[in-house]
Design a protein around this ligand. Structure first.
Ligand code: FAD
Length: 448
């Protein structure tokens, strides 16, 4: 360990080993069912710290993992070097260019707050505490996906430390291969220390939630699925079937019930929004109806995702077009139970190719369905549901893949079309032949 001390002396942030104060907090992810045991954690405060950590690992043949907020830190780090970027929180908005630049550890809530005074918004997802960089490199399925596409498609430039220990400036022109591979291939290709991306001119939304009692109002999923076929692109929506605990901090109207939560983010006028959601309101009496004209800065209230870490297991798949028979079958498969089931409506701008190509797969998908079982134990019915969805499944989405048996080589490959996977493997072999970046949804090089 002594040579470790010497070589990592150049790191400006803390360097933690097992037993050090703060080591356990630093290695923990948001999903408490996944345990990480790195040999050393480099708590980076600048790009140079990341570079030193990667160079150090490369010289010893150690694997490198990276974590910022821990929301997607799903592949267990067993040994090796963990680079923690959560101290790199810089955010800058350029209102004239309509862009934002963030450091590796920035969270979406900081970008939303910095962009809002200029009437601009980023393409963040449902939870404001998720990290910008991990989310964007995994594709980034935003609240405004149907109206504005994937977050990855807006990336202008990246600062990246590659396996050879070089800090590179990557744009679609300067390094087209690396630009393409990082956006979808994530940390298989390097650690991004800074990211610049385009914002969208969205200051207000018509949105919020409709909460129904899933047991007392049958046919909700079927009605929702049929409704999605009728709405225009600016209508972004999803639904979740959620068993709510019977505890005092849950609103009384929702306590102990199985909820069917419809989430709406419409970028048109509030009047048009009211008209479009009328068929949903007509399904039955809502326990809570929070649909309203709201500032984009309050968009986190639409999903109201829990901010505290917990243990869970999960899987998700992307579905193609659903015909009448498929809708009836799917609605019959998803019934109130112990799992949280979420279905997001895709299509629209998500299905169009980006201006600068990237490795985000399956743009033909029309829905994403995820199943999440709270708790550390196994939940075999999840695999059963995913198997039953096979006739309509077109693949997986990197950001919302599970862990353990839900994220094996077959699941990782299913996130990409065959030609994309082939090119990713070629580029992995070129940029990371020693497979330094393997503690992730792994794309092995040909040599490994
Ligand atoms: C409550 C919740 C809500 C979510 N909502 C959405 C959503 O609406 N849309 C969506 O697309 N996803 C969503 N996700 C998934 C989320 O985008 C991924 O888990 C994402 O990887 C989280 O990034 P992070 O930096 O916060 O997490 P971390 O756990 O810190 O990082 C996750 C992974 O991202 C990669 N990564 C992180 N930093 C870097 C870096 N600097 N360079 C290279 N790779 C890096 C690594 O593979 C790392 O293991 C959600 C997740 C949760 C838990």
């Amino acid at each position: 360990m002594n040579d470790m001390d010497n070589e990592l002396k150049a790191v400006a942030g803390p360097v933690l080993r097992p037993g050090d104060e703060g080591f356990d907090e630093e290695r923990a992810g948001f999903n408490l069912a996944v345990r990480h045991r790195p040999d050393v954690i480099v708590c980076a405060v600048a790009a140079e710290d990341v570079r030193v950590a990667v160079e150090f690992a490369g010289a010893r043949g150690l694997p490198v993992a990276v974590k910022s907020t821990g929301h997607g830190f799903s592949v267990p780090a067993e040994g090796g070097v963990l680079v923690s970027t959560r101290r790199m929180t810089g955010v800058r908005v350029d209102p004239d260019a309509g862009t934002a630049w963030v450091a590796a550890g920035a969270r979406w809530q900081d970008v939303v707050a910095a962009a809002a005074p200029y009437g601009l918004a980023p393409l963040n997802g449902s939870a404001p505490h998720v990290g910008v960089v991990g989310y964007t490199l995994g594709g980034g399925l935003p609240l405004l996906g149907r109206s504005h596409g994937y977050a990855a498609d807006r990336v202008r430039a990246m600062e990246v430390v590659t396996a050879d220990g070089r800090l590179r400036h990557v744009t679609p022109d300067s390094e087209p291969d690396l630009y393409w591979a990082l956006l979808g291939g994530r940390d298989n290709f390097g650690i991004v220390t800074g990211l610049e991306f385009g914002l969208v001119p969205v200051a207000r939304l018509y949105g919020g939630g409709l909460y129904f009692d899933a047991v007392r109002t049958p046919g909700l999923l079927e009605s929702y699925l049929r409704w999605t076929a009728t709405v225009p692109e600016p209508m972004n929506s999803s639904v979740a079937l959620i068993p709510m605990p019977d505890v005092p901090d849950v609103p009384e109207a929702l306590r102990g019930r199985h909820l069917f939560h419809v989430r709406i983010a419409f970028t048109g006028s509030p009047e048009e929004g009211e008209r479009l959601v009328a068929p949903l309101r007509a399904i039955g009496p809502a326990l809570i109806d929070s649909l309203r004209d709201l500032p984009y800065a309050e968009s986190a209230s639409i999903h109201d995702d829990p901010p505290t870490p917990m243990p869970w297991s999960s899987d998700s798949v992307l579905l193609g077009e659903l015909d009448d028979a498929a809708i009836t079958t799917l609605a019959g498969l998803v019934t109130p139970g112990p799992a949280i089931v979420e279905l997001r409506h895709l299509g629209g701008a998500l299905s169009r190719p980006p201006v600068h190509p990237n490795a985000v797969g399956h743009r033909d998908a029309r829905y994403l369905i995820g199943v999440l079982n709270p708790g550390a134990g196994d939940a075999p019915e999840r695999a059963g549901l995913v198997r039953a969805l096979a006739p309509w499944t077109v693949g997986r989405f990197v950001n919302l893949m599970g862990h353990g048996a839900d994220a094996g080589p077959e699941q990782v490959r299913s996130a990409y079309e065959p030609a994309t996977l082939k090119r990713l493997t070629t580029l992995k072999t070129a940029y990371d032949p020693e497979d330094t970046f393997r503690i992730t949804y792994h794309l092995p090089p040909v040599s490994a």
